[in-house]
Design a protein around this ligand. Structure first.
Ligand code: SF4
Ligand code: SF4
Length: 475
């Protein structure tokens, strides 16, 4: 049997996601979960807002002392306020194809599922979907497709991205296309880079190798190392922004949490920049999938604790929650550090053009079934600014440039005015009457929270221009 040594700088999956190190971390966290002195030290370090190691953060996650857990929650809320203000960036998934050659046992697209309708959008159908998304008000998409070299080759993905960026319908435009497709080669990642994608997102699903192999019994995804090293290849190909995620419920959450942070530390160690985003999906019901068959499901309270601990451990990394979660859970976790939400999502191939939510190709049941307007309205009523901003990537603020702006606090000066200007565009073009009224009032109030007077003035001028029909201003 091959033995591996823990090494965050290694390019070998089994060395940077080292099972022995994770087991030691879990034992250390368990042994110290009531060590108040140590927990206080870790919280004090987290207050410096420079992040925590996977060991430190694992102690906080294991902690059972209610008072200390509350301190972590309070700190997560404060860090969220300091780094992300009250803004929430909006996006929607776009499913291109549910053809897939893999056998992932938790996903209805697995190739053995004969119940599901197999569909792949043509470029004409993509146009219709994108127009429907633009008419809702979306500016930022996450492309989803199963892995199938015959039906969904990289050329198809690249062509689809070009189609999406090329659609100009009324005042709409998709300004950032993030891509969530299977692990691939450096050469193919270069093609995605050339197609000007935003973030390359790939979920690990589970970091636990033995479980991973069982949950992915067949297909190219069965290769644990190839999958786990995919973000490295994407970075080598020049994609600056990569997104992580685990599917909570497949394995023990404490294991996944420690490994997720070790993965982030690996990116820092090798590329000098951590992941751009972390997604925290939980397993949900779908055709052929019963979440109860996975015995590691987590409660809403544990889910909130995970979100809070991620927030204090990696303050600069965006956190994404999808419509897998109910409105109630989303409300709870956005306070604790979530910075991006999907809204009005359809998780089926071609779903946006249908009047009724189609179920025949749905990847998972959507818990939050509200329209984008309802989500925007709800966010504003609960004191948040829905943002349709895509400025950074279009201004070349990616990878370490983005992170250094974050780390010296300057990003704040871009996000807030951009949120207000893109919200204004949304209100002008897509909002219902009530949402528009709430939004106009909110923008008026929030302009005063822009620290620099000069920027405030520019924003006021631009808001008038937007009301007069001009679009796409950004800092
Ligand atoms: S999770 Fe992805 S790779 Fe696995 S079956 Fe579903 S679409 Fe295919
Ligand atoms: S300015 Fe950059 S970091 Fe801020 S919301 Fe826009 S794209 Fe995101």
């Amino acid at each position: 049997m091959q033995t591996y040594t823990y090494n965050p700088k290694s390019l070998k999956a089994e060395e940077f996601i080292h099972d022995g190190e994770i087991q030691d971390t879990l034992a250390y966290a368990e042994a110290n979960k009531n060590n108040i002195e140590l927990i206080d030290e870790i919280i004090a370090k987290a207050k410096l807002r420079k992040g925590l190691s996977h060991r430190e953060a694992s102690v906080l996650l294991a902690c059972e002392n209610q008072e200390k857990i509350q301190e972590v929650f309070d700190l997560a809320q404060q860090i969220k306020k300091d780094f992300y203000g009250n803004r929430i960036v909006m996006f929607a998934p776009l499913y291109l194809s549910d053809y897939c050659v893999n056998g992932c046992v938790y996903c209805p697209y697995h190739f053995q599922n004969k119940n599901i309708t197999r569909k792949k959008l043509t470029q004409e159908e993509i146009k219709k979907e994108v127009i429907a998304l633009q008419d809702m008000g979306h500016k930022r998409l996450a492309l989803e497709a199963g892995e199938d070299p015959v039906n969904n080759p990289i050329e198809y993905i690249v062509e689809s991205i070009k189609t999406i960026y090329g659609i100009k319908h009324k005042n709409g435009a998709i300004r950032r296309v993030n891509v969530n497709i299977a692990a691939t080669t450096v050469e193919n990642y270069k093609k995605l880079k050339d197609a000007e994608i935003g973030t390359y997102i790939l979920f690990q699903e589970t970091y636990h190798k033995e479980s991973y192999l069982k949950l992915h019994p067949t297909g190219p995804k069965h290769d644990y190392a190839y999958h786990t090293e995919a973000h490295d290849r994407a970075m080598q190909a020049g994609i600056d922004d990569v997104g992580f995620g685990v599917l909570f419920g497949l394995e023990l959450y404490k294991y996944e949490f420690a490994a997720l942070l070790m993965h982030a530390e690996h990116m820092e160690a090798v590329f000098g920049v951590g992941p751009h985003t972390i997604s925290v999906p939980r397993i949900k019901h779908a055709d052929d999938i019963d979440p109860n068959t996975f015995d590691n499901s987590i409660s809403d309270d544990v889910f909130a604790k995970i979100c809070a601990c991620i927030r204090v451990a990696v303050p600069y990394t965006g956190m994404i929650v999808s419509t897998r979660e109910s409105p109630e859970v989303r409300e709870k976790v956005i306070k604790l550090g979530v910075s991006q939400l999907s809204g009005g999502s359809r998780t089926s191939v071609g779903g946006y053009c249908e009047e009724e939510r189609p179920r025949d190709t749905e990847q998972f049941d959507v818990s939050d079934q509200r329209t984008l307007d309802e989500v925007v309205n709800w966010l504003m009523k609960s004191g948040h600014i829905p943002s349709f901003c895509t400025a950074c990537y279009r201004e070349g603020r990616t990878g370490d440039r983005f992170m250094s702006l974050c780390k010296n606090g300057q990003i704040h000066n871009c996000c807030h005015p951009n949120a207000l200007m893109t919200l204004k565009e949304y209100l002008e073009d897509y909002a219902s009457k009530e949402t528009k009224e709430i939004g106009e009032k909110l923008i008026e109030e929030e302009i005063n929270n822009i620290p620099k007077e000069k920027v405030r003035e520019i924003v006021r001028e631009r808001l008038i221009k937007i009301a007069n029909g001009e679009r796409d201003f950004r800092f």
